[in-house]
Ligand binder design. Sequence first.
Ligand SMILES: NC(=O)c1ccc[n+]([C@@H]2O[C@H](COP(=O)([O-])OP(=O)(O)OC[C@H]3O[C@@H](n4cnc5c(N)ncnc54)[C@H](O)[C@@H]3O)[C@@H](O)[C@H]2O)c1
Length: 448
Amino acid sequence: MVKIGIFGAGYVGLSTAVCLAEKYDITLIDIDPEKVGSINNNRSPIFEKDLDDLLNSALKNKKFEARLFSDKFSPFDLIFITVGTPSESDGYIDLQYVRNVSKALLYRKEEFFLSNQQTLIVLRSTVIPGTTNQFFKLFETKRLARIAFSPEFLAQGTAIHDTLFPRRIILGTNDKETSMTLKEFYFDFYNKKKIPLFTMTIESAEFTKYIANAFLAMKISFVNEMADLVEKVANAEIDDIIQGVGSDPRISPHFLRAGIGFGGSCFPKDVQALIRFGENISAETPSILSSVLKVNENRPFRLIKLLREELGDLNGKKIAILGLAFKPGTNDIREAPSLRIIQALWRAGTLIKVHDPLIPRMNLQSYSRFSVEVHHNILDCVRGADACLLLTEWSEYAETNLEDLTKEMNKKIIIDGRRIFLKTNIPTNVRYITIGNPHNRFTPINHT
Ligand SMILES: NC(=O)c1ccc[n+]([C@@H]2O[C@H](COP(=O)([O-])OP(=O)(O)OC[C@H]3O[C@@H](n4cnc5c(N)ncnc54)[C@H](O)[C@@H]3O)[C@@H](O)[C@H]2O)c1
């Protein structure tokens, strides 16, 4: 049976591991003892739909285990590297985790590699062009292992589905033979599923991931900037406009949703890293990318502005926040717009109450300094509030009756950063405001 080692038990590594464990022998390796312990005890440190069930069956089948980086290993056929590649404080990509894995593979080669260059190392972390060869080419030169870069495209919230049914596979290698080996592995795992597969050089594959993420981020900032214009024109509706615009297949409606901007562990840091990379190789700042980030950074403050227009001075006001995660379906709050909004509210002297369906599985350390009052029940969170800000489009919120939601609020003001209540009946005594709508209107236009 193919024996696979995966370095990095985060969102990508763990999702990949439990899916591959259906068919292969998997060792998931991490430096964090708490993570390793929790995975082996059948408690996933992250939330993803279907992940708990897959982890449970992987552990039961005994073809899967999590191990510490410092443990002793025996050689693998395939090594996936899915460690983090965060931003440094100046926006450059931080490659320390990739470097550490590369060093360990070199110094502990007997533990990891089969003889005769039979082991294949596949870097799956998002890295700037040139990185894979910079850190791993020596394994080919020294004839220790073969190398490839195959970027990960899963999205949090749908990580398991995306791993089992990827939209495409990108495969970057330095030679055709390695490309064939990895192709055969993918064909074996995906078992006749017709998934588009593109082979290219490692550098092109590294670029493909960045450019794809930058393009999606650009769509979000673009629609948000357009929403700000639409908001100024009476009777104009951004959703209707997007429907018209997105119906052109050259544009597509995906990622064209006005809101409070993108967050998470990928788009902000990847756009930032591509900007720094661009500056390095061309001595110029990529201007579209810079605008994408600038528009996005200002997004959360649009909501604060709308709130001030309603409440005036925010000092001493009680504000309920519904949704902390950067998107529904995940417990990830890295770079979530909620953090910047809460920080701004705290600076303005408000009392902040928060709710998220996944709060029990969130690490709220970065929020605790803003003295937030944490609630596990939606109605408890909004009770007595002067306004409610909706920040994540969880279905739990969309399904809430607005009359019930606002019943015990001090002021019945809802500012909907994700436009999820637009299609519902807004009670006449509720002041409902969304991004992208002329907000002097109390209720949306009903065309039906
Ligand atoms: N999260 C996503 O949605 C997503 C999607 C596509 C690509 N990516 C990319 O995939 C990579 C991983 O992302 P993530 O969100 O899973 O990161 P993460 O921060 O959730 O997980 C990274 C893990 O690597 C571990 N690690 C660090 N050094 C290690 C070492 N020497 N050996 C073993 N483990 C080590 C960390 O402890 C951590 O558990 C990043 O490059 C990211 O940009 C992420």
